[in-house]
Design a protein around this ligand. Structure first.
Ligand code: PHE
Length: 371
């Protein structure tokens, strides 16, 4: 304890300026200094310690100057002056060392953890409902042995349209619906870049990479030049599916999607397939699910219709296989089906959300309901 350290050292007068006497005086001073330095614990201790030794008015160094140097006989002054300077330097170094020791200590005590304080609350993050729904859909197909693929969001006209059997003047190729990248007029049409309008281009990319059989689902982001409203967003998500093998039939397509819808919405739902059109499937169908909420009687969710239209599908058009024929996709020998569904639309049904924009606004009051 600082209080118990004797600070009784006082600078003695020197009668004798012999080397032995100077050594003795220096040794006494140094041992007093070291003892006092060792006792310094706090900033306040250190201030007292420093003042006692360094204060201009009557600090020990000043006393040394007065009592030892000034009082020295003339012929000893030079020698005593050098000796006093060395002592001063020694004292200053000790004081600096003590300062470093206690400010280091202050750092350690600031870093100490007080385990009795209440902790910092870190709210748990959660999957966004769109991502959660996308994963739910993908997992249904993974359980049936499908692998998961991805592809680029910036596509060429070739993959997004041409290889999917879209005729050159198909309305989907119009800038009304598709976001093209500007300044590509000099490129041939098939090389022009655009933001993919669906995940279907990954069908072709998958078949270019691997020969049949193929069973793959492709989750991803797609873009359309739509004005945002309660049911439209220029950026949304789809899950694509593709199965190609020998002897795949429309029955396989129906059975697969019927199972998937039951897995997602409950085993009570029924599915209904009715004719539709997509350039890359023939025949094509839209699939509706009986309302999982009212069982088909009609309610707010199914807009009183009893059925909810959820996805597009069909048998892969032979014209599509022509583009990857060289990789084992001979349309005379193999067949396949494809489907595509909008993730936001399915999430909106599942969670009874009536405005698609809620997904993109990042409002924590909305999102935390899915945590
Ligand atoms: N790509 C189509 C769309 O975005 C959906 C679809 C995929 C239809 C696969 C049939 C087969 O509307």
């Amino acid at each position: 304890m600082a209080a118990e350290v004797s600070t009784t050292y006082t600078v003695p007068k020197l009668e004798d300026y012999s080397a032995a006497a100077l050594d003795r005086a220096a040794a006494e001073l140094q041992s007093a200094l070291e003892q006092e330095a060792g006792a310094v614990q706090t900033e306040a201790d250190h201030k007292n310690f420093r003042d006692r030794w360094m204060a201009r008015k009557n600090g020990i160094l000043t006393q040394i100057n007065d009592l030892w140097l000034k009082a020295a006989p003339n012929e000893a002054k030079r020698e005593v002056g050098r000796w006093v300077n060395e002592l001063k330097i020694f004292v200053e170094q000790q004081i600096e060392k003590v300062q470093a020791r206690i400010s280091g200590g202050a750092q350690v005590s600031a870093d100490k953890l007080d385990v009795t304080l209440p902790g910092t609350r870190r709210p748990l993050g959660a999957e966004h409902p769109v991502i959660k729904t996308m994963n739910d859909i993908v997992n249904v197909f993974r359980a049936m042995g499908y692998s998961v693929g991805t592809g680029p969001e910036i596509e060429t006209d070739y993959y997004n349209f041409e290889s999917l059997n879209f005729p050159p003047n198909h309305p989907a190729r119009d800038t009304q619906d598709t976001l093209f990248i500007a300044g590509q007029e000099s490129k041939p049409q098939r090389e022009r870049l655009l933001l993919r309008t669906h995940t279907s281009p990954v069908q072709i990319r998958t078949m270019e990479r691997q020969p049949p059989p193929v069973r793959v689902v492709i989750p991803g982001k797609v873009h359309r030049s739509d004005t945002a409203d309660a049911t439209h967003s220029p950026v949304f998500h789809q899950v694509e599916g593709l199965a190609v093998d020998n002897d795949i039939t429309f029955c396989d397509l129906k059975g697969t999607l019927d199972h998937a819808m039951k897995a997602l919405f409950g085993s009570d739902v029924k599915t209904r397939f009715f004719p539709s059109f997509f350039p890359f499937t023939e025949p094509s169908a839209d699939v509706a699910v009986s309302c999982f909420k009212c069982g088909g009687k009609g309610c707010r969710i199914c807009k009183q219709g009893g059925w909810i239209e959820l996805l597009g599908c069909g048998m892969v058009d032979p014209n599509v296989f022509e583009f990857v024929k060289g990789n084992g996709y001979d349309p005379a020998k193999i067949s396949g089906f494809a489907f595509g569904m909008g993730v936001e639309r399915i999430a909106m049904c599942m969670y009874e959300i009536d405005d698609i924009q809620l997904f993109y606004q990042g409002d924590i009051r909305f999102l935390e309901q899915f945590a």
